[in-house]
Every structure is written in structure tokens, then in C-alpha cells.
Design a protein around this ligand. Structure first.
Ligand SMILES: *Cc1c(COP(=O)(O)O)cnc(C)c1O
Length: 414
């Protein structure tokens, strides 16, 4: 195994290693970066905040960066969210959401006199919701989770909705309504599952069925939030909205760890009780860290700018044009499932040994690295997910490089 590469600095979409080599960060440092690395405006806001208040316990206390961020998020989010719960990464945002949903039903039976507690959790096949135990439990079982299978709780995994299966899926929700506590989903794009895309129209149908069966819907927008899909949230493509939404990754522009779980007032009110047992007991040492909140507020400032909207638009348009171009080549049939979702473009390399541990990914990463590009395929799925600030020239090099990869595999390379 090769030793890790020492990165000493980064700027925009470029990483610089200790030997002075530059690499285009085509995966936004595992999907978190949106405005570019070491952004001076975000850095300044973090610095200013660090001189004022770096951290304070967030129970019995509050602070301006957290309040301001909460108010802004509630304005932005599609749906009827009324409360923000802070944690410190995407997995914890998911844990919080699951705990909220399960305790919601428990509180209903304990305090509202409802006879039955709903306990079942439904998730999509190929889902990825994080690496902690609850998050692993609602994720597709695979090589990452294998050592822990005996310790993960049971979840019902259903197919992502299509025209062909939508009535079966809806029927499943309707006929099991009394038992299903919640349904967690990554709207439109399952990234870690292999950049899999499903259509908004069918997801809308499914959510409608979930709502009419009182199933709590949890949108995991940890990845899709803050512009990744071309709109601010993937849920902006939908008519049906979740009761709980999870955010992280791009929320701070990719500079600091922060998790957010938002819920609507129906969920919130189920926790209002004089009995302490009804409370939502969940907290992390760094809950609502002021530096992270300041970074998030700064990132939102940038996101709201006309120039950022333009960057996003250009990136999505360029992806669309490039996809068209790729489609017209045939590469001896060596690539398949060409697809895009906003800023993300992906295709699969046809191969006998697919899957996350296939050798193709490593081969492509190494080949790309020599060309000054950082790519990290998921098994045989090659994708790009650049920061929105990537320049036209850098994006051009990225596309040329993808063409080269396609050509390489059509030439029978292993
Ligand atoms: C990355 C990711 C998570 C986990 O977030 P971490 O911050 O890595 O714990 C959860 N859900 C989705 C959809 C993700 O892409």
C-alpha cells in the first residue's frame, strides 16, 4: 500500500502536496467542499468568531452564530420545519433523526394514550446513512458493515421507486402503516451506494403514501444539501416534504464538522412534557460549536451570492453538455449507465469484477493522480463531484481526463 500523500495547502479546487504538485480535487474532498479550499471569506469569519467565542456548553446557553444559522436554515429549507437540532457530523445528524422518530411514537403511546407504538424502520436498498451503529443499521449491508452485522438492528429495505414498482411500494406502506415508525431516504441521489439516481416523480408518489399512513419521513440530505443537485436541496425538486431532515457535509462549505437535524412542529411538540422521560436526551460535547456555526453562516453568505448561483448553473450546464458528448461516443461499449444529478456526473466501467473492492478504482485513482487529478471511483463507478468554484479550464481538463479513461478501457486495458 502506498503511503498517504502530504497535502500542505489548497486553494479553490486545487490541492498542493509537499513536493509542490497540484491536483484538481474532483471529489470535493469526499463531497464536503463547495466554495473551494481555504476560502478567505470563510477563514476570516472563523477567525473573527474564534477571537470572540470559540465554544460554550449549549444547554442553558445559546449564542448568536447558532441562532442566526438556525433562522436562516428554517427560511431556506423546503417544507415546514420549525426547529433545528445541532450535532457534529452527518452520521450523528442521522442518529438524532432516528431517535426523534422512534421516541415520537413512544411518547405518543406513553403520553397521548395511543395504544400501539410503531417500531419498524424502512430504508432504501443501497442506502448509505453513515458509520455509527444506527446509521449503519439503516444502510445497505456490505463490506463496510460486515464485521458488525450481528449488532445492527433490523430494518426493512425497499427498492427505490420506479414506474414499474411504485404501486407495490405504496401498497407496502399502506398495508403496514400501523407498524412503520419512519422511512429514511436519500432524495434523488444515493451517492455512496454508487451514484444511483431515482426520479423525483416516483419518490413524490411514495412520500405521499407514507404521509397518508402517518409514517414519519426522514430526508437524509447530508450529501444532497446546499446545491449538490443543482437546487439548494434535492427536496426542492419534490412536492412532498419530510418531517425530519438531516444536513452536514456542505453546510460549512466543507471547512468544519457540523451536523443539523431539523424537524417540524408536530415532531417537536411530542417531546413537550412535564415528565422528564418524554425529553429528547441527546447531546454532544461540541453541539452547535460557534466556530462551525460561523463557518456555516459564511458559507451561506457565499451560497446566496449571484456569482455562486452562476457557478452552479454553469457546472450543471457543462455536465449536461459533456454527458451528451460522451453519449455520442461508443467506447466499444466499455462504459454504461451514464448519468448525472446536478453537479454530479457518473458512469460505470463494464467489468467482470465490479463492486467496491474491484481493482479498477485503485487503477484509475493512480492513473489520475499522475495527471494532476484526484478521482476516487466507487468500485467500477467513475464520477466527478467538484467544488462549485471549479474554473472552466479545470473542468475542461477533468472532462478530457474522463474521456481518456473511457478510451483506455475501450482499448481493453484491465
Ligand atoms: C456522508 C454521508 C453521511 C455521513 O456523514 P458523515 O459526516 O461522514 O458522518 C450520511 N448520509 C449521507 C447521505 C452521506 O452522504
Amino acid at each position: 500500500m502506498k503511503p498517504p500523500v502530504g497535502i500542505v495547502s489548497a486553494s479553490g479546487a486545487l490541492l498542493e502536496d509537499e513536493k509542490g504538485n497540484h491536483y484538481i480535487d474532483a471529489v470535493s474532498s469526499w463531497w464536503v467542499n463547495i466554495h473551494g479550499h481555504a476560502h478567505p471569506y470563510i477563514a476570516e469569519k472563523i477567525y473573527e468568531q474564534a477571537l470572540k467565542l470559540e465554544h460554550v456548553i449549549f444547554t442553558g446557553f445559546t449564542h448568536e452564530p447558532a441562532v442566526r444559522l438556525a433562522e436562516r436554515l428554517l427560511q431556506m429549507l423546503p417544507g415546514n420545519f420549525s426547529r433545528i437540532f445541532y450535532s457534529d457530523n452527518g452520521s450523528t445528524a442521522v442518529e438524532v433523526a432516528l431517535k426523534m422518530a422512534l421516541q415520537f411514537w413512544r411518547n405518543q403511546s406513553k403520553f397521548q394514550g395511543q395504544r400501539l407504538t410503531r417500531t419498524k424502520i424502512v430504508a432504501f436498498k443501497n442506502a448509505y446513512h453513515g458509520d455509527t451503529f444506527g446509521a449503519m443499521s439503516v444502510s445497505e449491508r456490505g463490506v463496510f458493515t460486515k464485521p458488525f452485522h450481528d449488532y445492527l438492528f433490523d430494518v426493512v429495505f425497499i427498492d427505490t421507486p420506479t414506474k414499474g414498482n411504485i404501486s407495490t411500494l405504496k401498497e407496502y406502506f399502506t398495508s403496514n402503516a400501523g407498524e412503520i415508525a419512519c422511512f429514511i431516504y436519500e432524495p434523488l441521489l444515493q451517492a455512496a451506494g454508487g451514484m444511483l439516481i431515482h426520479e423525483a416523480a416516483w419518490l413524490d408518489e411514495l412520500l405521499k403514501a407514507a404521509h397518508s399512513s402517518q409514517i414519519i419521513c426522514i430526508a437524509d440530505e447530508v450529501l444532497t444539501g446546499f446545491g449538490r443537485t443543482g437546487k439548494w436541496f434535492a427536496s426542492d425538486f419534490l412536492r412532498q416534504q419530510a418531517e425530519i431532515i438531516c444536513l452536514s457535509k456542505g453546510i460549512t462549505g466543507g471547512t468544519m464538522a457540523l451536523g443539523v437535524t431539523a424537524c417540524n412542529s408536530k415532531i417537536f411538540e411530542a417531546f413537550l412534557s412535564d415528565d422528564r422521560e418524554g425529553s429528547f436526551f441527546h447531546g454532544h460535547s461540541f453541539t452547535a460549536n460557534p466556530l462551525a456555526c460561523a463557518a456555516a453562516n459564511a458559507s451561506l453568505d457565499l451560497l446566496e451570492k449571484e456569482s455562486c448561483r452562476k457557478q452552479l448553473e454553469n457546472l450543471v450546464e457543462s455536465n449536461r453538455a459533456f454527458m451528451k458528448k460522451l453519449r455520442h461516443q461508443n467506447f466499444s461499449g466499455s462504459i454504461e449507465n451514464l448519468r448525472m444529478c446536478g453537479t454530479v456526473l457518473a458512469f460505470d466501467i463494464k467489468s467482470q469484477n465490479s463492486g467496491y473492492l474491484s481493482g479498477i478504482a485503485k487503477q484509475i485513482t493512480e492513473f489520475s493522480f499522475q495527471k494532476g487529478i484526484y478521482l476516487r471511483p466507487l468500485g467500477n463507478t467513475v464520477y466527478i463531484m467538484p467544488p462549485y468554484c471549479i474554473t472552466e479550464v479545470q473542468l475542461g481538463s477533468l472532462y478530457n481526463h474522463l474521456m481518456e479513461i473511457c478510451t483506455m478501457f475501450s482499448g481493453g486495458a484491465k
